[in-house]
Structure formats: structure tokens, C-alpha cells
Design a protein. Sequence first.
Length: 768
Amino acid sequence: MKRRDFLKTGGIAGTAGLILDGCGKPQQLIPLLVSEDRFVPGEEGWVRTVCQQCSAGCGITVRVMQGESIRTIDGQQKRVKAVQAKKIEGNPEHPVSMGGTCARGQAGVQALYHPDRIQTPLKLSGARGSGQYQPVSWKEAQQLLVTELQQQQATPQGVALVTGRRNRGTMGAIIERFAAGLGTPNVVSYDPFDPAPIRKAMELVTGVSRLPAVDFANANYLLSFNANLFETFLSPVRYIHSYGQFRQGRPGIRGTFVHAEPRLSQTAACADQWLPIKPGTEGLLALSMAHVIVNETLYDADFVNQSTNGFAAWSGALAGYAPETIAAEIDVPAASIQRVAREFAARRPSVAVGDSRDVAALTAIFALNALVGAYGRPGGILFGADELSGPVTGVGLQASGSRPEAQSLQPAANIHTLMSAMTGNQVKALLVFDTNPVFAMPEGAAFAKALGNVPFVASFSSFLDETAAMADLILPSHVTLERWVDDVPEPGVGFPVRTIGQPVVEPRWDTRDPGDVLIETAKAIGGKAAEALPFDNMEAAVKESFRSVHTQTGAADAEFDAFYRKVTEAGFWSHPAAPATATAGQAAPAMRINFVVPPQPVAARMFVGDAAQMPYMLHVYPSAAFADGRTAHLPWLQEMPDPMTSVMWGSWVEINPETAHKLEIHEGDVLAITSPKGRIELPAFLYPGLRPDVIAVPAGQGHTQFGRYAQNRGTNPLSISASAVDESSGAVVQTGVRVSVAKTGRNERLVRFGASDARGHHEHPLHR
């Protein structure tokens, strides 16, 4: 290639998509722009769509160029000229991403070109779980699905659908409508780090079942309880941008940030002060701070008197939460509790945010916002105008989210009740969308066993993950960059936003949009199923969802095509004029904030296990790279160093140096971590930023399936965790477990970025 030709490609062709598999041979995962023997300089373009690597709903823009691709045509793989996706960046105009992406967002292009994608429909040809599948045509696969579902028409409650948290917008509505058309109410969502308790707490406090839109970019004081804002909590990209504004975006104002968590996370490292509380005591800390603010009359009296309910009863219940009483239980000095509480009340606008599995603890945290008048005000918790109605309301059988009159598995069905129904042979057909409970549930092994009692399991997955590997039929889905998708970001930004994603490239393999599969299946079944989904395809359904947006904005119907074209080009629609802001002493119009007195006094979370036999509390946190494990198949993320330990390509257990010294543990010693639920083995990493009574393990690794980059790498700590149904929200949440620690006698050197034995470890613990 001549030098000028090389320059035409921007110098990128030789290194596009280079990855290093640990110490293995470098690989090219993303195709070259074009190989040298067929060099054709192409024009680049940028296409706006939505990132679905997590549930934040960021808008992205994808760099595309003309090149060549391997396509399946008439059952044969052929090389054809095609547009290729090269790079992902944030959509600079999108109100959530604001031009930014996280590492998981950047790695989205690897899902498109992953060598282990399922390339065609697969039918089980061996025993369930054997991994023996035979390729079938889409016609045959579709007919198998239709036949199985038609057999359940007399007893439709025997059909269940399991979905993940990311299926919102029109795809979520399609799943709901499909179930309604079949006559089953059994649509179950599962996510191991489900924020449903936060949503329920917000409903109790504000009357609105919505995750809080936290405007800390305009706050003077930010107080965080366990919320890893800059790693995995709700909307990290937006929070990182807000943090920049909070610290440096306002001349003369530098916000103060205090974070409470048992472990020094990346978020804690960014704080002015880290409070290393005992696990599960965030509610006690919040109420103790409230005790100080109320007793010293530091609260916003105008706001409390004019815009809240229940203050007298709630404040009367604070008597037992004085800092001197609570300090020992949460292991934070009383003086620190008092100082932070006074600062929080004095440096308004202030805002508190929290992450907990306990709704009562969360209502205590959100009560702090009421004390400082943060609701409906800049620098606090924002409320936009009411969300526009559901994605496809007004078209078809029922509105999105409604349920048919049919017998459910159990009231308020969740993944636990579903598993019980499966074990009891009540479920005859199970459809799985974008979730992997066999891996991500603490009871994953039991869920896999229960699947054996279900006569028919269909998976709509792009990869053979642990749950897909238990299916009778796999209907491979397009990845996000190949499909039409829309999303309503949650948490919001204080005004209505809806993101739209269009196919960036043509489908690489013989895959389909799961929405298209459901629409075609409904038409084949006929009757109410067909009535529920009266769309030609997913593209038409997404377009129809924006018709309702257009109508409710008051615009003329004749202008819709121009409106939709503009939205598609922009990658989103928003209505910034809609926020409802507060006046002095009042919350947002027509809103009153509730001080919630829980039925039982708020207490520290109980940890399962005998403290004498299992003296340490297990802290499983979502990985910055993999979250719960859903992106562990992407090699860029495998080779990304953990921001606090620099470990890559594996799992580890974090242990405080004081604890390690007492147990004669050194870095790399393989430890047996045993809980009442099971045992795992992991190499030790001595981490000063951890309480001595806590053992921490990141989630995300330990896959037995899910492709070559994730399989048989590391250990899954969720397998020794426990979960329970939260009575307030109905969600399945993780509960605390105690563990014991023992040396196995083996040592494994951790793969760490830039590690040097000469550097050693910090000799002084950081937890004080």
C-alpha cells in the first residue's frame, strides 16, 4: 500500500479492534476497514442510535464506513460489500449521555462482530443442557414456536415470559402485548441488582413510581449512601458529567461530596470524605443525620410546613437514632455523623441519593431531601411533566402494561414464584428475553433444575449464555446496532425524553429482531394474539410509538413524517420546556412529599450465617466492566483493569491487610470463601480500602457459557449469595450472607495492569 493510500484510511486499518487475550495471541475482533489486496477508500458517516449495554438509555453515535462483510445468503456465507461499524461515541446532543460513553458503551461494537454470536436458529438435538443443537431455518423455528404456544391456548396461564430490565419502550410493550394476546399475565422481569426498591421508596415518598432524577450538577452538597454513581449505579455517564459540573462547572463554587459505603469504590475515592459504614446500616446513618437536623432545627421549615405530610409523627420516631446511640452500630464516630448532618443542612442546595435493598432505609435517605427542601428544585430531585403515555397506546388490544383477566402463577409474580411454579410443573412454555437467571440468580442452579420441568423453553438471545444453553429452541436476536429500538431513560433528566435507535448496519448473520419474531408469531396464532400486535414489523411499531408522542405534543398529524424524520436523525426526542420547578417553600406544583414511618423500626440488615463460624460479611458489588456479568463476553472489557485494584482477566477476593495478616494470607493465595449457600475459591487481593470485617468480590465473572472470552474465567460470587422477595416492592433482592475464609494452600499470581512486586502494599489500613 502506498503512503498516500494509507493516509486515506486515517491510519486505523492496521489496528482496528486489536485485543490481547491475557498473555495469548493478539486477535482482530473488528474487521479491517478493507484488506490491502482490495483497497478502496470509503466515506465515513455517523449514525445515531441508543446504547443498550446497560439500562441507562444513553444516546450514542456510531462511526460507519464502507467495507466488506461475511453474510449468510441462501444458507451460504458470502463476502459482500457492506457498511461496517467502527467506533461508538456519545451523542453530544442527547440529554443523558451528553457526548459521553462508558467503557461498556465503547465495547458495544464488539458484540456486533463477536465470533461466538449465534448465527442461525438452533433446535435442541440432544439432552437438555447438553449443548447439542442443530441449525434450522427461520420458517421451521417459527413454526415450532407457534405450535408450542397454540397447544397452550386452552390454559394460557401455563405460558410465562422472562425479560431483563433493559426491555423498555416499544420492545417492552411488544412483550407485554404478546403475553396479553396469548391470555397469560405471567411476564416476569429479573435483574440481580434491580432498583425496584428505590422506585418503591420514591413512590412512598413522592407518590410517583419513578427512579429519582438527581440534579447534583447544581447542588452544593452531595450525600451518597452506597450509590456507586460513577461505576454502575443507574446512569453512570450522566452522573460523571454531572460530577464535573458539580466540582468545576460553576465559577467560585466547588461542591462537597460525602459517600458512605463499606468499600472504597471508585465513587468513594472521588469523595471529599468516605464513611466506611458497616454493611446494611445506611438507613440507620440517614436517620441519625435526620435526628441532628431536626433536633437542632436546621431543616427548611417553610418547605416542611407547606409541602410535606406526616412530619410530626416521623420526627417523633427519631428519638432512638441519636448519633451517640447509633455510632457503634454503624461504626462511624458520632462527631462525624453530626458534622456531615450540619453541613448537609447548611450548604443548600443539598441532595442525598442512596442504593439499598431495604425500602425503609431508602425512605429514610429520601426524607433527608425533604428536610432541606430538595424536591422539585434545581440541585435536588427534579420532576418533569407527566410522562407521555405508553409506547403503543391506542393501537391494538390493550394499553401497554395492562393485564388480561386470567389466573396468574401467584399474585405479584416474580422470579422466585416463577421458579416455584416451574418446579411444580405449572409452566408449560417459557420464553426468555435478554436475561440470564441461570447465571445471575443466587439460586441459579435451582433455576436450571426447575427448567427441566418445563416442557418447552425458547431463548431469544444473541449468544449461548447459561440460560440459552438450557433452551429447546434458540431464536437468535439482532444485536442493538442491527435493530430498531426506542427507550425512555430511567432515571430521567427532569423533562420527558425518548431515545430512538435505528439499524446502523445490515444484520451480519441470519438473525432477527425479537420484536419481529413476536409480531409474526402473533399473526400465525391469530385471534386476540394477532389483534394485540397489529404492526407489520418492529420498525412500524417504533414509528407508531412516536406518533403518540407527536399527537400529545399538540402538533398536526400531517406534520408527523417530518417530525419522525427529524427525531430519527437526532437519535432522540425531548421536551426541555416541561420541567415543573418549585417556588420558595414549595415542592413541584400539585405534589406533596411524605415522611414515611415504616411499620418496623429501621435496623441494620441481617446477614445469614453463624457469626462465630462465619465472622465476615460478604460484599458482592457489580463490576464496573461487567455489571452482573452481561458484558463479560466482550474482550475489551476483560482486558480493562479494574479501576481500584488494576486486576484484569479474572476474579479476585478483596481482604483488608489487617485481616490478611491475622490469617497469614498473602496476595495471590487462593482462598476458600464459604457461606451457608455454598463455596467458591478465589485468589486474594490485599485491599486497604475495605473494612476488616468485610470480604468483597466483584460480580460478573465465572461463566460456564457465553463465548470464548467469558467461559471458564473467574468465579461467580452470586452463587454463594442469597436472595429474597422484598415485601414492599415485590422485587427479588440480594440479602446479606456471612462467610468464612480459609487458605487452600495454592497461590495464583493475579494479572494486574502495571503491577510491580517492588511497589508492595500500603501498610496502613484506610478504613479509619
